[in-house]
Design a protein around this ligand. Structure first.
Ligand code: CA
Length: 231
């Protein structure tokens, strides 16, 4: 997997390149828009991390040019501009996700991993251990037991099962399950996770929902060892 990081601030570019490299990705860095376009023309990147404020051109123009090409990789926009207008504009112009500075590296990594999984076919039935979610009939079972979930609980569970084994931050869960106008606290995720746990985990010795320290939550069958996860 080869990534292109487009960021003029050397400190941030280095931080991103080092972090992504230690996560096992190959990383090229462009410090301005022209260089980003040149590099992305010659190389098939798997993902582009794109800062919006560049010295020679607006990151949104870089995005538009990349999107005009025949094949273009997922683009994760990175910006200090956090207001909703910029964010909507970025997504409208074809960005796949948007992260506002300052951000924690674990959050970036979690988003990168979700983006890399996109484009793979979506199964209609998700299964993790004995937990089964039928996306068409919107039915959840664990073992032989049918589990009744509220719509938001179902959406969270579906999102987590689609990304099994990947840590998902509270922000990612909020943004995935609530619409973009929702500007409440991400604490609501903790409340819903508590409900979900009481429905899909409480009665079973093998837990599915795990707390990931410093990130958020992850769903996986619990064959692998993990730290005790109740607060
Ligand atoms: Ca910048």
């Amino acid at each position: 997997m080869r990534f292109l990081v487009v960021e003029d601030e050397k400190r941030i570019a280095d931080f991103l390149a080092r972090g992504l490299e230690s996560a096992g990705y190959a990383v090229d860095v462009a410090h301005n828009g022209a260089r980003a376009l040149e590099l992305s023309q010659g190389t098939d990147y798997d993902l582009i991390v794109l800062d919006l404020m560049l010295p020679d051109m607006d990151g949104l123009n870089v995005l538009a040019k990349i999107r005009n090409r025949k094949s273009s990789p997922p683009v994760l926009i990175l910006s200090a501009r956090g207001d909703l207008d910029d964010r909507v504009l970025g997504l409208e112009r074809g960005a796949d996700d948007y992260l506002v500075k300052p951000f924690a590296f674990v959050e970036l990594l979690a988003r990168v991993r979700v983006l890399l999984r996109r484009g793979q076919p979506m199964p209609e039935r998700l299964q993790v251990g004995d937990l089964v979610l039928d996306c068409i009939r919107r039915k959840v079972t664990r073992g032989n037991e049918v589990i009744e979930l509220a719509p938001k609980e179902f959406s969270i569970l579906e999102y987590m099962m689609r990304n099994r084994g990947r840590p998902l931050s509270r922000t990612m869960i909020v943004e995935h399950v609530w619409d973009m106008e929702y500007d409440g606290l991400t604490n609501i995720v903790d409340v819903y996770i508590r409900h979900l746990r009481s429905k899909i985990d409480e009665k079973w010795p093998a837990k599915m929902i795990h707390t990931v320290r410093g990130v958020g939550y992850m769903l996986d069958s619990s064959e692998r060892p993990h730290a005790p996860d109740r607060p």
